[in-house]
Design a protein. Sequence first.
Lengths: 197, 77
Amino acid sequence: MSESTPTAADTRRLAQEARARVRFEEEALELSDQVYRVARRLAGSREEAEDLVQQTYERAFRSWKQFTPGTNLRAWLLRILTNLNIDRGRRQQRTPQTTPIDSEAGDYFLYNKLEAQLPEENPDEERVLERLSQDSIVDALAEVPHDFRDVLVLVDIGEFSYADAAQILDIPMGTVMSRLHRGRRILKKNLADGVPA
Amino acid sequence: MIDWCDKCEELMQPYLDGSLSDAQVAEAQHHLELCSWCAKRYHFEERLRHYVRVAVSEPMSAELKARLAALRTPLDA
């Protein structure tokens, strides 16, 4: 009797599913600004970031049933996005990226350098900060090697927890913490290098 | 002999992330109360993180937003 008209229960189930799907899509779209903000800094260019976000939403809407309601949707979307980004990176660049990081500076290095350049005896942090232009920050971040930048962008720009970042990138939490700490130091070293002497 | 400023520099990131043990937090705070040199650098780091986040934030284009909205399943499907 399976070819008979759908039962009331079937109709109800289908209507429920349609509603759940609409809700999922709305919730995902509400997060798109935040997803883009992170994507923009994971990708090398605006075009690349836009492609990545679009592909992410296409994939998310196709596989919406795999999302567990009540869990972190933003992290789920970013997981799709970082996987797409990694696939793309591997296609473009087959040789693994080896990045020797020479003479890593300590955490006070940037402040010390900026402060030394100000004429006053005792400058406040605000004045020191103003020495950095928006462009120099964007460039300094773009020059942080991928592995470190991914973590830095997720935690410091996307404001994800260590645990979420670990899940998104599929790496242990200890690795998130060590890459984050080194990534921040590399960023500050890049910023310091960009400041004219 | 421990160089407390070196130690404070090492503790700065986990301190600001809130990932230190209570004992380590107390240790860092004790030094920061005595040492304005380190306190200034902690404060700078805190402000820098915010400054970086704002500086690298680029809004999504209206065009992409429209493209994403168009991906939705039509309501009458």
